[in-house]
Design a protein around this ligand. Structure first.
Ligand code: RIB
Length: 273
């Protein structure tokens, strides 16, 4: 029987600015165009898993604002069960707590640079873990690192203790407790992040290292990604999220590693287009 994918992570409002090239430090460049999207690594991964056919629950926090309310509706429209904490104004000592935001610049080659203001994502606390209480064997918990790391660690412990599979995407990079790294099956990271973990002597139970267009390796087994011609690359933002969401969906339906990676690569390729 197909398991569920429970995504614990961030929801952001993405302000995306197209530029001819990314600004250098101290430089101002003019945007060619701009749009606003629903984003956040958690939200993107949840949508990717739902698009891949999984039953998905999103555990996240939003502000008591228009963006938070819009996100609740969007999750519903995508067929994703939302377990959202609405962070009340004044709940943190940082003033108004807004739904997370990301400022994203995308250049002519589709490359990006991202700055995230976590907002409500940073207020996610232990009470959110109630939404993991029914996880069990066959289910997949999928986490990234745009929320407090203590919550990620507690969620991983809880899910693993309940027999669920844990997939951790270590983006943006942060040092995780050794037991969390060891519980991940797999820990998904890029080459730079993998080198940083290795330098720290942190070894995942299972390790999936992505090499962008060159594919990935999973515990040393190499997998080739489908070729996306440079001319077809519009925006690389969220390609890693599409990869992780589709991977988790495939693992939840019992796919083999090769099948799961193929589905993940296809989703990543679709995302950049
Ligand atoms: O991975 C892309 C995502 O990173 C964006 O949607 C942005 O919100 C940041 O979380």
């Amino acid at each position: 029987m197909t398991g569920r994918v429970v995504v614990l992570g961030s929801l952001n409002v993405d302000e995306v600015w197209q530029v001819a090239r990314l600004p250098r430090p101290g430089e101002t460049v003019l945007a060619l165009d701009s749009q606003r999207y629903a984003g956040g690594k958690g939200g993107n991964q949840a949508v990717a898993a739902a698009r891949a056919g999984a039953r998905v629950r999103m555990v996240a926090a939003v502000g008591a604002d228009e963006a938070g309310a819009a996100y609740q509706k969007r999750l519903e429209a995508w067929g994703i069960e939302g377990a959202l904490t609405v962070v009340a104004p004044g709940a943190a000592d940082v003033g108004e707590v807004r739904t997370g935001r990301a400022l994203i610049t995308v250049d002519a080659t589709g490359e990006n640079a991202i700055v995230v203001d976590p907002g409500a994502n940073g207020c996610l606390n232990e009470s959110a873990l109630d939404a993991l209480a029914d996880l069990g064997p066959g289910d997949v918990l999928l986490c990234q690192l745009e929320i407090p790391l203590g919550i990620v660690a507690a969620a991983v412990r809880q899910a693993a203790a309940r027999g669920a599979r844990v997939v951790v995407n270590c983006a943006p990079f942060a040092v995780l407790p050794a037991e969390v790294v060891a519980a991940a099956d797999p820990l998904v990271c890029n080459e730079t992040e993998a080198a940083a973990f290795a330098d720290l002597g942190l070894l995942p139970g299972s390790w999936l290292v992505t090499f962008g267009a060159a594919g990935c390796s999973w515990d040393g087994e190499q997998y080739v990604a489908p070729l996306v011609p440079a001319a077809e690359v519009v925006d690389t933002t969220g390609a890693g999220d599409a990869f992780c969401g589709a991977l988790a969906a495939a693992l939840a339906r019992g796919a083999t590693r090769a099948e799961a990676v193929a589905a993940a690569h296809a989703a990543g390729a679709e995302a950049v287009r």
